[in-house]
Design a protein around this ligand. Sequence first.
Ligand code: ZN
Length: 466
Amino acid sequence: MLNRRTWSRGAGARRAPLQAVPVQATRYLAVLPWRGHAAAAGLAAGLIALSACGDSSGSNNAVISADGGVADAAPLDASRPDTGPEPLRGPGVYLRGATVITAEEGAAPREGEAVLVRGDRISSVAPPLPVAGDELQVLDLTGMTLLPGLIDSHVHLATAPSAVDRALVRCLDYGVTSIKDVASPLVEVLAARQRIAAGGEGPRIVTTGPAFTAVGGHPISTLGRDDPAWARTFMIEVTDELQARAEVRRLHGAGVDQIKVVYTNCRTTCPRLAEPWLQAIVAQAHELGLKVVVHTNTNDDVQGALRAGADGVEHGVTAELISDETVAQLVATRAVYVSTYVVYAGATNSINMRANLKQLNVAGARLAAGSDAENSGTGWGVTVAEEFAALLAAELTPLQALAALTRTGAEHLGLGPQLGTISPGKLADLIAVDGDPLSDSTALSRVRLVLRSGKVVRNTLPVRPH
Ligand SMILES: [Zn+2]
């Protein structure tokens, strides 16, 4: 969706020291970061030295380093005194005391573990170790939950009223560390993306630049009814296949991250793009290595988008109950379905949308979540937490709903290898919330700490005596 607003411009993983590296919720690969006896492995609850990684004599222990590499450990020396764990030292951020929800596939929450951040990356997730020196910033997150930074998979910077920078600041306030902008004026949104990439205040931006639509299609003739020239600053009307392909190449050359197409007839009130032209846009984008996301509202829209090869559908089916056929196609294609429940809930049939989300989840479709900020009834950052509650109401488990806001969102943005889970080697986009979002959905709106790329950008943690 898009509201009528005006755009206004606002102003390498390093190799970490050997660490405990979890591979499941309660198991660890050969993790011996301290000097001492082989028997020390058995003293640390939950640590399991895998015999496949080293023989029982300890003479040839293989160790998994924090960045996933495998190194040979020094032979264990039974004659040396056990001096306890080697303390951590050196620059970085050490987050301990929280329950850690990694959002990795199938991973259970990990209570009381610590996350070590070195530079812009997550170095390890492991039971806490002592700290020496004063270079390592230690933050006590007792009573809190540590999560990957949230991802808003559907926003419109073009609708931020005279203050893109303010919108971006609000995202960080609510723990949103990455956003996908769909339909904005090209030059302005690329400038905003560059400001953030250079260290500016706000979440990292993935953008489509201007979106494609039919001549007179949504939102030219709907939201832009009184001022179509305004709508044309962030939309491209498709007049034929060659023009559409040329525009895709132009956007690619300018540096957009994805391509967006609007494919709906607005419940018969606006023209829908011809399907062959949609297919041409998708084909051209894929030739250039760009994903394509498609704005849809009906089963017919979604099925047309999937036939064309879309990588994701924005809003999905909002105007009717989703059909079994549509669900099956979404599951089969693995296209990501971006829920924007909150923005539609006030305007259309929210009961249908909840049922649709439930059916999709039960069937195993891939779900991400978007706020559609800044449209009616939405706000920057805050609506992501509301979308979380909506997913719970659609009977997703809390971990499934959090995955939509983190892991699947990152995959949808094309950033899966870099973001979306708390995993060693990934960028350290992390948030701490007060309480437990698994039992209290409101906890997600109580963000106390935000790191983006390893840098603390929000900190309202309580001051605790040492
Ligand atoms: Zn939208």
